[in-house]
Write a protein that binds this ligand. Structure first.
Ligand code: ATP
Ligand code: MG
Length: 460
C-alpha cells in the first residue's frame, strides 16, 4: 500500500513493483539470436559459469528488440571489476572513479559494468545538483532504476533467451515512446546530458518523447552549461554522427534545447543564410554514416561553421585585408570562440583550418596551381567541401564540375583542362570551362549567401 503510494507520487505509471522485473521469453520479445554477438555470449557465459549474474544491457537490448543489429554490446554483472578481470585473458580495468572492465577479443571490445546501486541520494553533487561521483554497487533493480530511459533499462540473458524489464520498457518500445525513469526534473538535474540523449534517441529511432519527459527540457536546458565541455562535445559528436543529424538538430530546436546552449548550434540554427549549406552538409554526413562510410569530425565542424567564417572573412576583406590573411583571421576568430565553449580538440580544429584554407586555392586553375593542390594531403576533404559550396549556390557549379573532371582525368587530359582554364582567364571571362562570355562579376545563384568570387582567383 505504502509502496504503491510512493510510486504514485513518483509518477510511476502502473502498479508494477520496480524491484521485480517482468520476464519475457523468446516468443514474446522475438529477439533474433543471430543478432547477438558471439563475444557477448562468450562473456555472459563465462561470468555465469563462474557463478555470477550476467546480461547484455542497455542500448544493445533496445536495438535487439527493434530488430536492429547492435553496434556494440555492454554487459552488466554482479561480479566486481576485479572478479571480472580474473576471468578473461585480455581484460583491463579502466576509469578511476567508476571502474568498468574492457574485455577484448581481437579488435572487438566489450564493456563489462558491475550493477550500480542507487547511492545517488548521498552522492557528491555540484551546486546545481549535478552528480559528480557515484560509485556504489547495488542489486540489479537499482542498476535498472539508475539508467536513463525505460527502453535503455532492459537486460537480456543469452543463455535462457529471456528479457528482464523493470520499468515497462517493452511497452514503450512497442509504443515508440521515450520515457525517462523516475522524476524527469530530478533526473535531468543529476545529469543534464540526458536532455541531449533523449533528443538524439528520438531522432535516431523515430520515437516520440513522452510529454512529462519532454516538458521540463526547455526550462532546464541552461543546466547543460555546467557540464564539462568535453562531455557535451562528445554528446554533440554522437548526435551529429548518428546518421540522423538533421533530424536531431530539428528535434533539439523543437525541444527548446538549441538556445544559448551550444554556441555552435546557435550559429547553425539561427542563421537562415547558412542553412542551405548546413542542410546539404548534414544530409551528406547522414548518407555516409548510413552507408557505413567514415565521417571526419573536422569536415563536419568545418561545414557547420563555414558561414560564420565566410561572414568574418568578408568583413576582414572589406576592412582592407588581402584575401588569404583575411581568411586566416576569420578562421582564428571562429575557432577561438568555439574551442572555448565546445572543447574542440586541437586535431579537429587543425583539420577545419586546413579545409577552410584550401578553399581559395580551388578558384585558381592556372599554371601549376591545380596540380599542387591535388597533392595536398587533405585534398579530398577540401574538394568535397568545395562541392558543398557549389551545391548550396555559394559558388558557380562550373568550378566544382571543373575540379571533378580534373580530379578524374589522366595526365594529358589534365593539361587540356588547365589550358582551357588559362585561355578563359586570358580572355577575361574568368575561370569558365564552357565558352560563355561573362560580363561583370558572376552572380551567386544561392539564397543570399555572400559571394566569394575572386576571393582566391588569381592572387598569390
Ligand atoms: P547508443 O546506441 O548511442 O550507444 P546506448 O543506449 O547504448 O545508445 P550508451 O551511451 O552506450 O548509450 O550507454 C549505454 C547504457 O548506459 C544506456 O543504454 C543507459 O542504460 C546507460 N546510460 C548511458 N548514459 C546514461 C546517463 N547519462 N544516465 C543514465 N543512464 C545512462
Ligand atoms: Mg551503446
Amino acid at each position: 500500500m505504502i509502496k504503491k503510494f510512493i510510486r504514485k507520487i513518483l509518477g510511476v505509471k502502473n502498479d508494477r513493483d520496480p524491484t521485480e522485473p517482468v520476464i519475457l521469453g523468446p516468443e514474446e520479445h522475438k529477439i533474433d539470436p543471430k543478432n547477438v554477438s558471439a563475444n557477448a555470449v562468450r562473456v555472459t557465459q563465462t561470468l555465469q559459469e563462474a557463478g555470477y549474474k550476467a546480461f547484455v544491457v542497455g542500448g544493445a537490448v533496445r536495438d535487439l528488440l527493434l530488430g536492429v543489429k547492435p553496434k556494440d554490446f555492454d554487459i552488466a554483472t554482479d561480479a566486481t571489476p576485479e572478479q571480472v578481470k580474473r576471468l578473461f585473458r585480455r581484460a583491463f580495468i579502466i576509469g578511476r572513479r567508476f571502474q568498468i572492465v574492457h574485455v577484448m577479443f581481437g579488435q572487438d571490445l566489450l564493456e563489462v559494468t558491475t550493477f550500480r546501486g542507487n547511492g545517488s541520494d548521498n552522492a557528491p553533487k555540484d551546486e546545481h545538483g549535478r552528480v559528480l561521483r557515484d560509485n556504489s554497487f547495488g542489486p540489479q533493480h537499482e542498476d535498472a532504476a539508475r539508467r536513463d530511459f525505460t527502453i535503455n533499462a532492459m537486460y537480456y540473458d543469452p543463455a535462457t533467451q529471456s528479457v528482464l524489464d523493470y520499468h515497462g520498457g517493452i511497452e514503450d518500445i512497442r509504443a515508440k515512446t521515450l520515457r525517462i525513469i523516475g522524476m524527469p526534473e530530478a533526473r535531468y538535474r543529476e545529469d543534464p546530458v540526458r536532455m541531449l540523449r533523449v533528443v538524439r534517441f528520438a531522432a535516431k529511432l523515430g520515437f516520440t518523447i513522452e510529454p512529462t519527459t519532454r516538458a521540463p527540457i526547455p526550462v532546464m536546458a541552461p543546466l547543460i552549461d555546467n557540464v564539462p565541455a568535453a562531455r557535451v562535445f562528445d554528446e554533440m559528436l554522437k548526435l551529429l554522427l548518428s546518421g540522423h543529424a538533421l533530424a536531431c538538430l530539428k528535434e533539439l530546436r523543437s525541444a527548446g534545447l538549441h538556445h544559448g546552449l551550444l554556441p555552435l548550434l546557435d550559429v547553425v540554427l539561427e542563421q537562415p543564410i547558412g542553412m542551405k549549406f548546413v542542410t546539404l552538409a548534414l544530409e551528406s554526413t547522414d548518407g555516409r554514416v548510413k552507408a557505413g562510410k567514415g565521417v571526419s569530425p573536422g569536415f563536419l565542424f568545418a561545414s557547420l561553421l563555414w558561414h560564420q567564417v565566410l561572414e568574418k572573412w568578408n568583413a576582414y576583406r572589406a576592412a582592407g585585408e588581402s584575401p588569404i590573411p583575411a581568411l586566416h583571421l576569420a578562421a582564428d576568430d571562429v575557432l577561438e570562440t568555439q574551442t572555448d565553449n565546445l572543447a574542440l580538440q586541437r586535431r579537429i580544429a587543425t583539420d577545419m583550418r586546413d579545409i577552410w584554407a584550401m578553399q581559395p586555392r580551388f578558384e585558381r586553375r592556372t599554371g601549376r596551381a591545380p596540380y599542387k593542390l591535388l597533392e595536398h594531403p587533405r585534398f579530398r576533404a577540401g574538394y568535397d567541401f568545395l562541392l558543398l559550396r557549389c551545391a548550396s549556390g555559394e559558388l558557380p557549379a562550373e568550378i566544382g564540375e571543373w575540379w571533378t573532371e580534373f580530379y578524374d582525368a589522366e595526365g594529358g587530359e589534365r593539361e587540356r583542362l588547365v589550358a582551357a582554364a588559362n585561355t578563359r582567364e586570358r580572355e577575361g571571362g574568368g575561370p569558365a570551362k564552357k565558352r560563355r562570355p561573362r560580363r561583370g562579376p558572376r552572380k551567386s545563384n544561392g539564397e543570399g549567401a555572400p559571394a566569394t568570387q575572386g576571393a582566391g582567383g588569381g592572387e598569390e
